[in-house]
Design a protein around this ligand. Structure first.
Ligand SMILES: Nc1ncnc2c1ncn2[C@@H]1O[C@H](COP(=O)(O)OP(=O)(O)O)[C@@H](O)[C@H]1O
Ligand SMILES: [Mg+2]
Length: 324
């Protein structure tokens, strides 16, 4: 735990969190009088072969490339005289998704909001050649506490399209619960590994438990690799069959069977939300005519759309997007 002034201009105020690579502090940039989150990688005492410094530099480059409300923004990156690297970034005022999940399960509405916001941020990152690779509740923040601005942090494990893969000791991977099967197996992977992790998050937000559990990391991995998860609605009967199907698809063990990209999954969740609203009569006032429709009536009023949904549910071949 540090205190005092860091790198000549950051006054350390308090510890915000600690993780695999270092400590994150609330700090004040003295010249600007502005509060930031300061992530510091301490100079290493361990073997010189560690790739932490390279990973840290890569994290800074990755966030520096992004510009999206759902991706934490970077202000500064550098090194202190003692060799400690630091990243000064936007201070997110709110809990992590992990903290929020520790309090209660989420309503479907809130889970859909958070899921779609994460996917929107991921679509942006993926379009810039960045796969996050560490989507888990501790790396998602809910700004303001209400969950209405959802921010991805911790790009420390991200892969960048135009940078070589890092080899060597690598980072100790925490809970394997969020990691896609192909990564557990050490196989080549792409942006669809992030889609799998979002499937895990949605399942956990709605049911309160993760799809694959076990007594040890090995058991969790074995379950994730070889077993089906318990159907969502066995644990959350209030969820719609369509939402269950969306999550099942995101959790496919074969990446080819998942959504092709984050945008596709985001629009599927948008449709789940609209159908849920129609089914519960909870639609927007402007949509009053359709608000009283049940799903059965929907088939009369919007037959082509329902047919597409059924087709997708039965064959898992969702190819439709709004506006297309
Ligand atoms: N920009 C930020 N604003 C507020 N808190 C943050 C911010 N970045 C990180 N934190 C806190 O610090 C913790 C560790 O940060 P993270 O970047 O995930 O580091 P690590 O790579 O060590 O896991 C987070 O889980 C969160 O609680
Ligand atoms: Mg982290």
């Amino acid at each position: 735990m540090r205190s005092g002034i860091f790198a000549g201009r950051y006054k350390i105020l308090s510890l915000l969190g600690r993780g695999g690579m270092g400590h994150v502090y609330r700090a004040e940039h003295l010249g600007l009088g502005k509060e930031v989150a300061l992530k510091i990688l301490a100079p290493l005492h361990g073997p010189a072969s560690s790739d932490f410094p390279e990973r840290f530099a890569r994290e800074a480059r990755a966030i520096g490339r992004l510009d999206h409300p759902g991706c934490v923004r970077i202000f500064d990156y550098g090194q202190d005289d003692d060799g400690s690297q630091y990243i000064a970034m936007e201070l997110i005022d709110g809990p992590t998704l992990g903290t929020a999940l520790g309090e209660d399960v989420f309503s479907i509405h809130r889970a859909l909001h958070v899921g779609r916001a994460i996917l929107s941020a991921l679509a942006h990152a993926h379009a810039h050649g960045i796969v996050h690779r560490d989507i888990k509740p501790e790396n998602v923040m809910l700004a303001g506490g209400s969950g209405f601005r959802v921010v991805l942090i911790d790009f420390g494990l991200a892969s960048l399209r135009d940078a070589p893969a890092l080899t060597g000791r690598g980072m100790a991977v925490g809970s394997p619960s969020y990691i896609a099967p192909e990564r557990l197996l050490g196989q080549p992977h792409d942006h669809r590994a992030d889609i799998y992790s979002v499937g895990v998050l949605l399942y956990e937000m709605i049911t309160g438990i993760r799809p694959f559990i076990g007594e040890s990391p090995q058991e969790i991995m074995a379950n994730a690799l070889s077993r089906p998860h318990r159907p969502l609605r066995a644990l959350a009967p209030h969820a719609s069959p369509i939402l269950e199907a969306v999550i099942r698809r995101a959790l496919s063990k074969d990446p080819d069977k998942r959504f092709a990209d984050a945008e596709e999954m985001m629009s599927a969740l948008g449709d789940v939300e609209r159908l849920d609203a129609l089914a519960t009569g909870d639609a927007e006032p402007a949509d009053e005519a359709s608000a009283s429709m049940t799903i059965a009536e929907l088939s009369i009023h919007q037959p082509s759309r329902l047919a597409r949904l059924w087709g997708w549910l039965r064959y898992g071949a969702w190819r439709w997007r709004p506006g297309h």
